[in-house]
Design a protein around this ligand. Structure first.
Ligand SMILES: CC(C)(COP(=O)(O)OP(=O)(O)OC[C@H]1O[C@@H](n2cnc3c(N)ncnc32)[C@H](O)[C@@H]1OP(=O)(O)O)[C@@H](O)C(=O)NCCC(=O)NCCSC(=O)C[C@H](O)C(=O)O
Ligand SMILES: [Mg+2]
Length: 289
């Protein structure tokens, strides 16, 4: 089972060279070097060169590298995507995706720029139109590998307040996870804007995990540790997964299709879940060396 952990996915402004350097020391699974909202218009072109140079220079170790380009309706997006195509990134992250055709356009630009076949597309869902079309977007092209919620833009567009329980976002978050799973994609939750409140961050991470997200997008190094903890399997989950596999293997050898572990029914589907838990734990351990 080939699994890429994306518990913590940290954005940083592409114009901030200090943050690009600092990121080499941070425990985030993925780094998203941003050219969109975090970069002022007059810095867009310099930031584009800076992020491409940073990724080419390397030094980020196990961390997955992604560049978020400007929106497809801006004067920068085409050159951003062509520039990203020349860089050793895992994906290009595209904000405010609203249609399958836009994903096809990004793929065309990546191909034109000579991007490696391994470079995938991440689509951000953060507008009402993007949300309404999320299933078609998710099914648009095999190169699309992940959906990412943009809850700040969505809040603005939908006039949804950021409440602690995120009641106004629940349908959108679930729609995103549903569309992702229907199409074999990963899904990332939106950002938590409070940089210093670890308690509210933990609750929101737990909610995102319980809604089915694979990880969370972050804006500050303070947010990495809690996110890694909540979205990673706990030691007792790993232990239970090992016992489920052992108990089911034994049951099968005795000609049984079900077994009880810790008072709970275990069938083959639970064994598949347990194998996935072990694969995630192993992938996390191998990233950390
Ligand atoms: C929010 C910040 C501007 C705060 O920055 P700062 O005041 O520098 O914070 P600190 O002094 O606490 O920083 C301590 C050190 O950590 C480094 N740092 C800070 N943030 C990051 C980061 N994101 N990545 C890497 N390193 C970071 C500082 O450089 C300090 O380092 P050192 O001096 O060496 O100790 C800042 O956190 C920030 O800019 N965050 C990211 C903002 C961003 O990228 N926004 C765009 C993405 S979110 C979005 O667009 C939402 C989405 O589209 C939606 O619609 O929902
Ligand atoms: Mg946004």
């Amino acid at each position: 089972m080939n699994i890429r952990p994306r518990r913590s996915v940290l954005y940083m402004p592409g114009s901030n060279s200090r943050a690009l350097e600092k990121a080499k020391t941070l425990a985030a699974d993925t780094l998203v070097l941003d050219l969109e909202d975090a970069v002022a218009p007059e810095q867009k072109i310099a930031a584009r060169a800076q992020v491409v140079d940073a990724v080419k220079a390397g030094g980020y170790g196990y961390r997955e590298m992604v560049i978020r380009v400007n929106g497809l309706d801006t004067p920068w997006s085409e050159d951003d995507i062509l520039a990203v195509a020349s860089a050793p990134v895992a994906a290009v992250c595209v904000p405010k995706v609203e249609s399958p055709e836009q994903v096809l356009r990004v793929v065309e630009l990546l191909n034109r720029g000579g991007a490696d076949e391994s470079v995938t597309v991440w689509a951000m869902i953060e507008t009402p139109r993007g949300l309404v079309n999320v299933q078609a977007i998710a099914a648009s092209h095999p190169r699309l590998s992940l959906l990412m919620m943009g809850t700040s833009d969505l809040a603005k567009e939908m006039r949804i307040p950021h409440t602690p329980d995120r009641i106004g976002f629940i349908v959108a978050l679930s729609e995103c996870v549903l569309a992702a799973r229907l199409n074999g994609l990963d899904a990332l939750d939106g950002v938590h804007l409070d940089l210093h409140d670890q308690e509210s961050l933990r609750l929101i991470c737990e909610q995102g995990r319980n809604l089915g997200f694979d990880g969370k997008t972050l804006i500050h190094p303070n947010q990495i540790a809690v996110t890694n903890e909540v979205f990673g399997p706990e030691p007792q989950e790993v232990d239970r997964a090992e016992r489920i596999i052992a108990a089911f293997t034994q049951a099968e050898s005795e000609g049984k299709g079900v077994v009880v572990v810790d008072g709970k029914l275990v069938e083959n589907l639970h064994v598949e879940e347990a194998k996935r838990t072990l694969a995630i734990a192993a992938a996390i351990a191998s990233m950390q060396g």
